[in-house]
Ligand binder design. Structure first.
Ligand code: S3P
Length: 436
C-alpha cells in the first residue's frame, strides 16, 4: 500500500486498543480456571484469535457476546485432545505460553505457525519443559515449529532462565501449576520481564511468591474464573507517542494506556531524551498520556531497561533518528529472534530512508537528527507487524516522493485499526487504504 507522507501534525484523542499480552493470558487463565471468566475490551487481533481458536480446539467453550468474551473453564483437566494441529499463526506468545500448558496434559498436541513463527526458536521453552518431564520435538537444534508436545506427570523445576523472556517464564509458571501439590518450582529470571502472568495468577486465586528475580510456585493449585478488563497496549500506544514527538505541531492524548511498570521503559527513554509526556487520570492499571512535539536529544538504552521496552525498539530507533546526537541501543540481541531480525530489518529500512544507523551484534547506533526521504525501493514488512507500523510513522516525515509498503497485512496481528487511528489523528478522512 501507498503510505501517507508529508504529515502536517497529529492531533486529537485516541483510545488505545487492548494489551496483547494480557489478552492472551485472559484466555489462557480463563481456560485453565474453574467457572466462567468474562473478558472486557480484549484486543481484537489475529494473534489473540489464534489463542482463542486453539483453546476452542482443546474443547473449551468460548463465546463472544456484545463485544465481551466468555470462557467456561473446567480446569487443566477440562482440556481435551484436539483433532487437528493448533495453528498459532504469527503468534510467538501463543505458541510459547501454550507449550507450558500442554506440557502437563496427557495427550499429544501438534503446534504449527506461519513462515515467520516457523523460524523462531522454541528450544528456550522446550528445554526446561523437557526437564520437567514433557516430551517435545521440533525441527533441528533450535526446536523450530511445527512442535509436538506429549505432556503429563510433570516434576517441579529449579531453573535459572538463560534469556530474559516473559514468554519462557510464563510457560514454566503454567507447567509448574500442573506438578503435584507437594512440589514447589523455583524460576529465576535473568532480568525482570513483564509480570502479567504473576499478577493474573493471583487475580485468578492462585499463589506464588516473588522476591526480586526469584519466583516460587506450588503445584496442584485450583484457579477460579474472574472478570477481567484489559487495559490498552503501551506497545501500540508507542507508535503514536513517537509520531507526536517527531512531527512538528503534534499534540495527542492517548487514553487507557496500560502502565504496568515492567512495560513503561519507553516513557523513561522519552523523558531522558527531553520528550514532553504528561501522565494523568492514573488508575492502578492505566492512564492517559498527553504528548506533544519536542526537541529531542540522544540517549543510551541498555541493561535492565531492555525487557521493559523490547517490543518498542523498532519505533524507538525511528525516534532516535530525530534526536540530536548518537543514541546507542545495546544488550538487545533478543531483537534478532522476534517476528523478524529487527536489528537488521530496522537498520535497513531507516538507512534506505536516509538515516545514519549502524547495526551491532546486540543493538544499533543511531546518529541524528536526519531528514528522512522516500526510499528508492518498496519496503517489505517481512510479515512483521511492528516493522509495518514503524515504516508508516517514518513515512509521515517524508516530504517528497512515495513510500510503498508491501505486506501491510501483518499489522493486523496486533493492531487491525492502526490505519484508521492514523487517519483520525491526521484529521484526514480519505478513502480506505488497501491492506496488502
Ligand atoms: C511477550 C513477551 C515478550 C514480547 C512479546 C510478548 C509476552 O517476548 O516480545 O511480544 O506476552 O509474554 P519475550 O518474553 O520472549 O521477550
Amino acid at each position: 500500500m501507498k503510505l501517507e507522507t508529508k504529515a502536517k501534525s497529529l492531533t486529537g484523542k485516541l483510545t488505545i486498543p487492548g494489551d496483547k499480552s494480557i489478552s492472551h493470558r485472559s484466555i489462557m487463565f480463563g481456560a485453565i480456571s474453574h467457572g466462567q471468566t468474562k473478558v472486557n475490551r480484549i484486543l481484537r487481533a489475529e494473534d489473540v484469535t489464534a489463542t482463542i481458536r486453539a483453546f476452542q480446539s482443546l474443547g473449551v467453550k468460548i463465546d463472544d457476546k456484545d463485544g465481551i468474551i466468555y470462557i467456561q473453564g473446567q480446569g487443566f483437566e477440562g482440556l481435551k485432545p484436539a483433532n487437528k494441529p493448533l495453528d498459532m499463526g504469527n503468534s510467538g506468545t501463543s505458541m510459547r505460553l501454550m507449550s507450558g500448558i500442554l506440557a502437563g496434559l496427557e495427550f499429544e498436541t501438534k503446534l504449527i505457525g506461519d513462515a515467520s513463527l516457523s523460524r523462531r526458536p522454541m528450544d528456550r521453552v522446550a528445554d526446561p519443559l523437557k526437564l520437567m518431564g514433557a516430551k517435545i520435538s521440533g525441527q533441528g537444534e533450535a526446536c523450530l515449529p511445527p512442535l509436538k508436545i506429549q505432556g503429563g506427570h510433570l516434576q517441579a523445576i529449579n531453573y535459572q532462565l538463560p534469556v530474559a523472556s516473559a514468554q519462557v517464564k510464563s510457560a514454566l509458571i503454567f507447567a509448574a501449576l500442573q506438578t503435584k501439590s507437594n512440589q514447589v518450582s523455583e524460576i529465576v529470571e535473568k532480568e525482570l520481564t513483564r509480570n502479567h502472568t504473576e499478577e493474573m495468577l493471583q487475580q485468578f486465586g492462585g499463589e506464588l511468591t516473588v522476591s526480586g528475580k526469584r519466583i516460587r510456585i506450588r503445584g496442584g493449585q485450583k484457579l477460579e474464573g474472574q472478570e477481567i478488563t484489559v487495559p490498552g497496549d503501551i506497545s501500540s500506544a508507542a507508535f503514536w507517542i513517537v509520531a507526536a514527538l517527531i512531527i512538528p505541531g503534534s499534540n495527542v492524548e492517548l487514553q487507557n494506556v496500560g502502565i504496568n511498570v515492567t512495560r513503561t521503559g519507553i516513557l523513561d527513554v522519552v523523558t531522558a531524551m527531553g520528550g514532553k509526556v504528561e501522565i494523568y487520570n492514573q488508575t492502578a492499571i492505566a492512564a492517559t498520556l498527553k504528548i506533544c512535539y519536542s526537541t529531542l536529544k540522544s540517549t543510551r538504552i541498555s541493561g535492565d531497561l531492555i525487557p521493559r521496552l523490547i517490543d518498542e525498539l523498532p519505533i524507538i530507533a525511528l525516534l532516535a533518528t530525530q534526536a540530536e546526537g548518537e543514541t546507542v541501543i545495546a544488550d538487545a540481541e533478543e531483537l534478532r529472534i522476534k517476528e523478524t531480525d529487527r536489528i537488521s530489518v530496522v537498520s535497513d529500512i531507516l538507512k534506505a530512508m536516509g538515516a545514519e544507523v549502524t547495526p551491532t551484534a546486540d543493538g544499533m547506533r543511531i546518529r541524528g537528527k536526519t531528514n528522512l526521504h522516500a526510499p528508492h525501493k518498496v519496503i517489505d514488512t517481512h510479515g512483521d507487524h511492528r516493522i509495518g507500523m514503524m515504516t508508516a510513522i517514518a513515512a509521515l516525515l517524508v516530504q517528497e516522493g512515495e513510500v510503498v509498503l508491501e505486506g501491510s497485512q501483518a499489522i493486523k496481528t496486533s493492531y487491525p485499526t492502526f490505519f484508521d487511528d492514523l487517519k483520525g489523528l491526521l484529521g484526514t478522512n480519505k478513502e480506505e487504504g488497501q491492506w496488502q
